[in-house]
Design a protein around this ligand. Structure first.
Ligand code: COI
Length: 354
């Protein structure tokens, strides 16, 4: 399969302003698009000008949410090169989400090539300042203009690019997380492991209620017993318990984060003990009280390694550590971002340098 590259006339290129970047509000000049039909499979692949789509109001994705997406990043190196962080991992996960939502798989090698080309064409949009990057958002939607509940037959896959600053714009580096023991994000047999809009839609109400009480995000517990930690709104969660890095084991309801996996690999390389297992919320709260839990942090493409300063549970707030960013969060953040920005050796061959 081939993709076409449509020229974008220089007169229609946007004014670039890469100062004071927020998260996900600005998009580059070009995008990748391809269509799927049962007869032609994936076809009509092209890189073209970033543009709005036009769809029937009956289009399936608007009604039944047959949608999946990914999030990955490209970084500017000091020498002017641009590199993407583990893009194949995200494309493989996209196919796992596609399988769960009865959507057609993409040819990951083909999409990877097209993505390299797209980012190369848009390299002028990759911001160079500290904590900035080019966020890559692939997405797939069901496009049949029919409101019967079934899988769409036709789909659209696209990738857009957004120069971004830090995900959390609040001044504080330490976030305040509410343990959510009423609403649930995903249950066994559901879609928790898939990156699909529905999981995020399901999280909004809890997030809004927590925000009203001054929290940044919620920590989800398991749906069956509301006992075990699962993940946070936009990130996986880690606890440092007696010098061991502990994170909830992937069990079908948790998103298998690429940053989560990378942090585990990095920690093992740094000889930090890692456990993937069930983590009872009572173990965490008791540990915060008796000092055996010294750090809590989230990981994600958007939020990188994001330390938590306070956990709210059943109406009380529990401080994590001494109000400073913890030792392990700092080491892992510095190492990971060092690799991502080309300042440390790419020991694990994670970077695709363009
Ligand atoms: C990411 O970390 O890339 C995410 O997808 C989280 C959020 C922005 C939806």
């Amino acid at each position: 399969m081939e993709y076409a590259i449509k020229e974008v006339p220089s007169a229609s290129l946007k004014q670039k302003n890469l100062e004071n970047l927020k998260f996900g509000e600005m998009f580059t000049d070009r995008m990748f698009v391809m269509e799927y039909s049962p007869k032609n499979g994936w076809h009509n692949a092209k890189i073209e000008a970033f543009h709005n789509f036009s769809f029937s109001p009956a289009t399936m994705v608007f009604h039944y949410g047959q949608e999946i997406f990914e999030g990955m990043k490209a970084f500017a190196y000091k020498d002017g090169k641009v590199a993407m962080f583990r893009p194949m991992e995200n494309l493989i996960r996209l196919n796992s989400s596609a399988e769960r939502l009865c959507m057609p798989k993409i040819d990951a090698d083909f999409v990877f090539k097209a993505l390299c080309e797209l980012v190369k064409l848009e390299r002028g949009w990759v911001p160079a300042k500290k904590e900035t990057s080019l966020y890559i958002r692939p997405a797939m939607i069901g496009t049949d203009p029919i409101i019967k509940v079934r899988s769409s037959d036709n789909f659209l896959f696209y990738m857009i690019l957004s120069p971004v600053g830090p995900y959390f714009s609040s001044g504080s580096k330490l976030s305040k997380i509410q343990v959510e023991d009423n609403y649930v994000r995903a249950s066994k047999g559901g879609m928790g492991f898939a990156k699909t809009g529905g999981n995020y839609a399901a999280s909004i109400k809890a997030g809004m209620e927590a925000a009203k009480k001054g929290y940044d995000q919620v920590l989800w517990l398991d749906a069956e017993e509301r006992k075990f930690a699962e993940e946070v709104g936009s990130m996986n969660i880690f606890f440092v318990i007696k010098d061991t890095l502990v994170t909830p084991a992937l069990n079908g309801t948790i998103l298998p984060g690429v940053t989560r996996k990378s942090v585990i690999e990095l920690a093992k390389h740094l000889k930090i003990k890692v456990e993937e297992r069930k983590v009872a919320i009572t173990e965490v709260i008791e540990g915060l009280q008796n000092g055996s839990v010294s750090e809590v942090f989230g990981t994600g493409t958007a939020c990188v390694v994001s330390p938590v300063g306070t956990l709210g549970y059943k109406g009380s707030n529990f401080a994590v550590g001494n109000g400073e960013i913890g030792k392990y969060s700092s080491i892992l953040y510095d190492y990971l971002t060092g690799i991502q920005y080309g300042q440390k050796d790419d020991l694990f061959s994670w970077m695709t340098v363009l």
